[in-house]
Design a protein around this ligand. Structure first.
Ligand code: DOR
Length: 438
């Protein structure tokens, strides 16, 4: 991990802001003093040489996204570290894990160290590198995980492809365990995942080839059984079916396992494939409402630990195509919080505090350890939000280099107005109004 910025002001007091951090039992209007890049004090009537009046705004621990494709190296036309991290900052994210399905794949120490150098120069947020679990993500030869770790990789993953052979995955878990590297698993059985959308009524009506939910469930079950046996630290990413979520629940306490789901699997369904638009192709595919609700319940109860976006930028030439020919994936960073707030919190399906926990302290603790949250001495990684702002997502306002968002044209509530990393304002959504006063 690295973060280039060191321009934080020596001291800043944010006044009259609603601080919400369930991990620190904070939920109320207060002042907060930031000093030397850290949270210094939370309390009433704080004074300081510089201050910001934040009446009516909410302050959360900085959001953390453990699943992003910044397309570097290889497809910088779709996203770069600069643009990906700017999009993350605009979405309130202060830490991000970059996935290794790049060109070249992040399967050699030199690729890891090259990425870390670029992150140091270009990233606005704290960026962590996931190296590959297998050479070329092929699920055959293990990568040299120990050397990848020494070069600075935070975790390993073959994301984009599931490991197809249980024996190979078991060996990968044993090796990863010996290095203590967490594994992020994309669970998909390719003998079952032969279609381009979920295999259900919507696929049948649209005449599209489907992949059944079992393509994910079978692979998830295999991964969890092996995790329990080997003791490896396993994170199951983008869980999209009720059964996979239930399997994760069964293995909690039996394996060192955590899991996430995505904003799109929580808010969209496979009915969208009736449009036949390539935009709506994603992997795992959008599921029927029963799965969307099941995954939502699992996030609510904590069986699914947190949200991760699977931010997957694609050029228009890969998305403005018939669904069967399009590349899978959606943008995620800029809309994650507003989409979930609008579609789950405002409709009463999820509490604001659980959403905040699932986007900040829960993934933050997975990535950065136990103390992640708003407390004296913690890094001032913070997200400032206006929960009352209603806005329409327009293509020309996206910060990402790509524009494949499934929420384009939709009215969303809640706007990120400021993102701070180590006390430095790395995203300013309020313009001049944000200027802290002396
Ligand atoms: O939809 C997806 N897009 N799912 C993945 O697993 C990979 C990602 C990508 O890299 O585009």
């Amino acid at each position: 991990m690295t973060n280039a910025r060191t321009n934080a002001p020596e001291e800043l007091v944010i006044r009259g802001v609603h601080i919400l951090d369930p991990s620190s039992n904070l939920d109320g209007i207060s002042d907060i003093r930031l000093s030397a890049g850290l949270v210094n004090e939370v309390g009433k009537n704080l004074r300081g040489p510089r201050y910001l009046d934040a009446d009516g705004l909410y302050l959360f621990p900085g959001f953390v996204d453990v699943h992003a494709h910044w397309r570097t190296p290889g497809r910088e036309d779709e996203e770069t570290i600069e643009s990906g991290s700017a999009a993350a900052a605009a979405g309130g994210f202060t830490s991000v894990v970059m996935m290794p399905n790049t060109d070249p794949v992040v399967d050699k120490p030199v690729v890891v160290s090259g990425l870390l150098r670029r992150i140091e120069k270009e990233s606005r947020v704290r960026a962590y590198v996931s190296a590959a679990l297998h050479e070329g993500l092929k699920g055959e030869r293990l990568t040299e995980m120990r050397l990848l770790q020494e070069a600075g990789a935070f975790c390993v993953s073959d994301d984009g492809l599931g490991t197809q052979k249980a024996g190979v995955l078991r060996n990968a878990m044993l090796y990863a365990k010996s290095t203590r590297l967490p594994i992020i698993l994309h669970c998909e059985d390719h003998t079952l995942a032969t279609g381009v959308v979920h295999d259900g009524i919507a696929a049948a009506l649209a005449g599209l080839p489907g992949s059944p939910g079992s393509a994910e469930d079978v692979a998830t079950a295999t991964a969890l059984v092996l995790a329990a046996e080997t003791g490896a630290k396993v994170h199951v990413t983008h869980v999209s079916t009720s059964l996979s979520a239930a399997l994760v629940g069964f293995f909690k306490g039996r394996a060192d396992v955590t899991a996430d789901t995505t904003p799109h699997h929580l808010t969209l369904t496979d009915e969208l494939v009736s449009t036949l638009e390539g935009l709506y192709r994603v992997n795992p595919p959008l599921r029927p409402d029963g799965d969307r609700l099941g995954v939502g319940d699992a996030l609510k109860s904590g069986i699914l630990d947190f949200v991760a976006t699977d931010h997957a930028p694609h050029d228009a030439s890969e998305k403005d195509l018939p669904l069967e020919e399009a590349a899978p994936g959606f943008l995620g960073h800029e809309t994650a919080f507003p989409a979930l707030y609008t579609k789950l919190v405002q409709t009463g399906k999820l509490s604001l505090s659980r959403l905040v926990e699932a986007m900040s302290s829960s993934p933050g603790q997975w990535l950065r350890g136990k103390g992640y949250g708003i407390s004296p001495g913690a890094p001032a990684d913070l997200t400032l939000v206006d929960l009352s702002d209603e806005w329409i997502l327009r293509e020309d306002s996206l910060v990402s280099r790509s524009s494949n968002s499934p929420y384009l044209g939709q009215k969303l509530t809640a706007r990120i107005v400021g993102t701070m990393v180590g006390g430095e304002l790395i995203y300013n959504g309020l313009g001049a109004k944000f200027g802290a006063r002396a």
